[in-house]
Ligand binder design. Sequence first.
Ligand code: RAM
Length: 326
Amino acid sequence: MTLKTLLATVAILAATGASAQDMRIAIVAKSLGNGFFEAADRGAQEAAKELGGVEIIYTGPTTTTAEGQIEVVNALIAQRVDAIAISANDPDALVPVLKRAMQRGIAVISWDSGVAPEGRMMHLAPSSDDLVGQTIIKLAADHLPDGGEVALLSATSTSTNQNLWIEAMKQHMGDYPNIKVVATVYGDDLADKSYREAQGLMQSYPDLDAIIAPTSVGIVAAAQAVSDAGKIGQVNVTGLGLPSEMAGAIESGASKSFAIWNPVDLGYSATMIAYHLAKKDVEAEPGATIPIGRMGEVTLDDTNSAPMSEPFTYDSSNIDEFKSVF
Ligand code: RAM
């Protein structure tokens, strides 16, 4: 390399903000602009700082589509990142591009919303799917002692995590014979579409008692729609949300309670796992344990998946304590 090309390379690196880190780990969100993934990115940055020599590339499409994520992953392959940790918009559509990434030596994991086993080395689930399903119906049922009508407002119809949680929830409906699930609609993790879908539910089902939104975007939009419709006290909004984004809804009474795990810890742990797999100091195989820094370790099951923690419930008694955390 001549002095001139060396200087040009240094100038490009400086202009693009690229640094000479030993390892680059891409954290791929379902979409940009979602506070849940931004909180996970904070955890990823924390892990990178702790590990040293690691650069986090936080990225994702502008809307929650598999096509958008395929483009993002292709760009990451071209950039020759060391690891990709993705929350997938579709369990199957991303498999070919992620397989290509692995063939090029990139460590690939899914977290939050999984991809099919052939498209990743392991999956980090925030919690047990069954427990999440059980939790979201219980949150609604706890405020419906005489039963009633509930509707689901989900993210996209192809979203792996929401589909698993909804399926799990339906397995627990036998515990609540007086509660009827009247509809499932999809807000695509877009605030405006979720708002309109929540409005549509209230119009189509005038006796609706609760909206269960197992998505941090949908739950906020549904609470707003209930509040704007003057239905606080009539339609309770619950599901999965961030205390920072739901504090207003708890205060207004649009939501009596909701649950979530710590997204910062999830992003932190995904980064730790991606790091170890890229370094090849652990192998992703059933029974393997992978260290995750301050969070301890995870053990892979026979599908190379590992659940992390239990969902935690927030209501008026503890929201103030957590709303500044995530
Ligand atoms: C949204 C996304 C994410 C999910 C949370 C609860 O932010 O759909 O995948 O885990 O909600």
